[in-house]
Design a protein around this ligand. Structure first.
Ligand code: GLV
Ligand code: MN
Ligand code: MN
Length: 425
């Protein structure tokens, strides 16, 4: 099956008719439809598809003879991985299928669809894997529903406490545990899965570039170098609700004002440190046009080339927010929701990717990124690397996100080359 056929079969799922963007949030009907799509794509290729304890999907292409001594299907904790001893060298590729609110079609799905297309390409070439190869789709990568980015890979890698994860709540107050259970997944089983990780020798994630460096360099494919340290902080400004027409200005404790100060401080701090800081989500309660708000909650997303710079940016924003809050008689509570340290991808694996591509005449610059990925979280436990595919405008997390079909095809060829060298015989 061609990349285009597979791609088009996924496109309608979770697409909003008005915005044209995607709303694929974890453990919703749209997420279930994405999971069904993955299962079908795997079944069409005779791949063993299984869901791990944390709700991540895996489609296994076993070497001839099958996986050695794998646990019985359906057993608790069974993620379909070969036993750690037998499968220590499994190669995993993939990405995620969830989206930010009104996200683009490519962020995540490009890596999953390209993975299936690369398996097709390898099979057409008669390649047989000498090591197990899996395609993974990690759950809740964007943190769009429960607030913590890369939640599925974080749970798998033991980077978040399972109890704290179960208690995470969405905007409607539904907890992760409740949402998982409602979708038929046992939330009591979530948490680190050392057996599965021990079976993984390498994870290579293909992803659309979320900037326009490749367009500027006139290249279709890049090898990832590192991920900037980044994180999310929740800021709750609590004031006093009052009447917009009658409350005199001097009496007001309006949380909207220090919130505005924090937004401007974020821009200022990012500019002065060569970093990024964004407030992309805000809620005002009770949300009346003709009332001073009781509470404004805002989420700061900050990213920087190194950790001291990130700390400086966040420190400046929080200090400015605190000062503005005090100046308006408003209480401020600030706390991190998810923070990811700097990640340098595995040098040996990166070199391997570069030589696989160079060996096929594929020019691939090496690029850092300010975007977060499951490959960044998994890097703490297994060697990981990334391939980026050109995005002509660089726009991402938006319906305007795009990659040209020729560049998607180049991505599949690049991924197939890398996988062939990693698993082939
Ligand atoms: C994920 O795409 C992120 O960088 O937030
Ligand atoms: Mn994203
Ligand atoms: Mn992504």
């Amino acid at each position: 099956m061609s990349f285009a056929t597979l791609w088009e079969s996924l496109l309608p799922i979770g697409r909003d008719g008005l915005s044209g963007g995607y709303r694929r949030f974890s453990w919703t009907p749209e997420d279930a439809a994405c999971r069904a799509w993955f299962t079908q794509a795997a079944a069409e290729r005779d791949l063993r598809v299984l869901t791990d304890r944390n709700g991540n999907l895996w489609a296994w292409w076993d070497p001839p003879g099958g996986p050695d001594a794998r646990p019985p299907a359906g057993a608790a904790g069974d993620s379909g991985a070969p036993s750690p001893r037998a499968g220590a060298g499994a190669v995993v590729t993939g990405s995620h299928l969830d989206s930010v609110p009104d996200g683009g079609a490519f962020d995540g799905p490009l890596g999953v669809v390209s993975a299936f297309a690369a398996v097709d390409m390898l099979r057409e070439r008669g390649c047989l894997p000498a090591r197990p190869l899996a395609i993974a789709a990690f759950s809740e990568e964007e943190g769009a529903r429960f607030g913590v980015a890369c939640l599925g890979s974080r749970l798998l890698a033991g980077a978040i406490d399972p109890g704290a994860a179960r208690a995470l709540a969405d905007a409607a107050g539904v907890t992760l545990a409740e949402a998982m259970a409602a979708a038929g997944h046992d939330p009591d089983g979530i948490g680190p899965d050392d057996g599965l990780l021990a079976a993984v020798g390498a994870y290579v994630e293909l992803h659309i570039e979320q900037g326009r460096a490749l367009a500027d360099l006139d290249a279709a494919i890049a090898v990832g170098e590192q991920i900037w340290p980044h994180g999310r902080w929740r800021l709750d400004f609590t004031g006093r609700p009052d009447h917009a027409g009658t409350a005199i200005l001097a009496d007001r404790r309006d949380p909207m004002l220090p919130f505005a100060g924090a937004v401007l401080a974020a821009r200022q701090a990012a500019a002065s440190h060569g970093a990024r800081a964004t407030v992309g989500k805000v809620t005002a309660e009770p949300g009346a046009v003709n009332a001073v708000s009781a509470r404004v909650s805002a989420w700061l997303d900050a990213r920087a080339p190194d950790e001291p710079t990130l700390q400086a940016v966040v420190g400046e924003v929080l200090a400015a927010a605190q000062e503005a809050a005090a100046g308006h008689g408003v209480e401020l509570a600030a706390e991190p929701e998810s923070v990811t340290p700097a990640v340098m991808f595995d040098q040996g694996l990166r070199d391997g990717l570069a030589s696989s591509l160079a060996g096929r005449g594929i020019q691939a610059p090496v690029l850092p990124t300010g975007a977060g990925h499951d490959a960044g979280v998994l890097a703490a436990r297994v060697p990981t690397a990334m391939l980026f595919v050109r995005n002509p405008t660089g726009v991402s997390h938006s319906p305007a996100e795009h990659a040209e079909p020729a560049d998607c095809a180049a991505g599949v060829r690049a991924l197939a080359a890398v996988l062939e060298d990693l698993v082939g015989r």
